[in-house]
Design a protein around this ligand. Sequence first.
Ligand code: FAD
Length: 286
Amino acid sequence: SLNESLADISGDINVSFEFFPPKTEKMEQTLWSSVKRLAPLKPKFMSVTYGAGGGERDRTHEIVKRIQNETGVASAPHLTCIDASRDELRGIADEYWNNGIRSIVALRGDLPEGNPERPDMYAADLVELLKSQHDFDISVAAYPEVHPEAKSAQADLINLKRKVDAGANRAITQFFFNVESYLRFRDRCLTAGIDVEIVPGILPVTNFTQLKRFADMTNVAVPKWMHTMYDGLDEDQGTRNLLAASIAMDMVKVLRKEGVKDFHFYTLNRADLSYAICHTLGARPA
Ligand code: FAD
């Protein structure tokens, strides 16, 4: 069985956890208790997203520094290039480096709504800029089910290759629920000569209504079985949480059996589900 075959291979894995800057005092407390709960699993890094809009880069920076100082875990700010000049980006790179930050998740960022203009910079250009400035460890985004703006799946794959050729150290995928799409994508990356880890981004789904909206925007397929699973649970957070863990555990077990060793968790600032899923993969507190 899957569980039996996993017993032989579990343990030797790398995990990373993603957080976002909290908006309220209460969410702030949740974030820090989650960081403390997950840190003993010795993640490769903890990353903090960056959303466009005044002041948020400072928030990202503050949280990243505090994670490193308080837990000793390497922390990676997400950095987008769509809303900054090259000079600003060089300044940010220096500031991060001088503050002991060695890892960055490099992204283009989303285009402002209703703005069809071609951006000046893509993520590949940001990777090149960062690498020419300092020898950061760089993660980039990958899309097993294709980025919504891409001309074709092939064009999107070539874009990922450009990011890796520019020096990216790994790719983290958009979340997905069809494990086959990830596995096929990983094969296509190999064939295209993309020689970095394609780390699956795991999203435990506790809010199905929100997920449907988000999946639609990001071109992620929500399989029929998931609609069936979450049907009737709109008012039942407890059962949704259990389902979220169970679905993600099933996914990571198959991925693990297919040789995946690195897992990135979209924690949404909560620790319990990611902790439990990591536990089933053999991760134990140091
Ligand atoms: P790119 O790799 O630049 O690709 C963007 C699109 O442009 C793709 O369709 C690509 O095929 C196409 N393209 C690339 N180069 C060219 C070219 N030369 N000519 C024409 N087309 C081209 N967003 C945030 O704002 N903050 C975050 O913190 C954040 N974190 C994320 C973390 C992960 C793991 C992931 C998967 C996404 C994250 N995002 C975040 C979302 C991301 O910013 C969006 O998906 C964005 O639309 C694309 O970013 P990218 O880095 O993949 O862009």
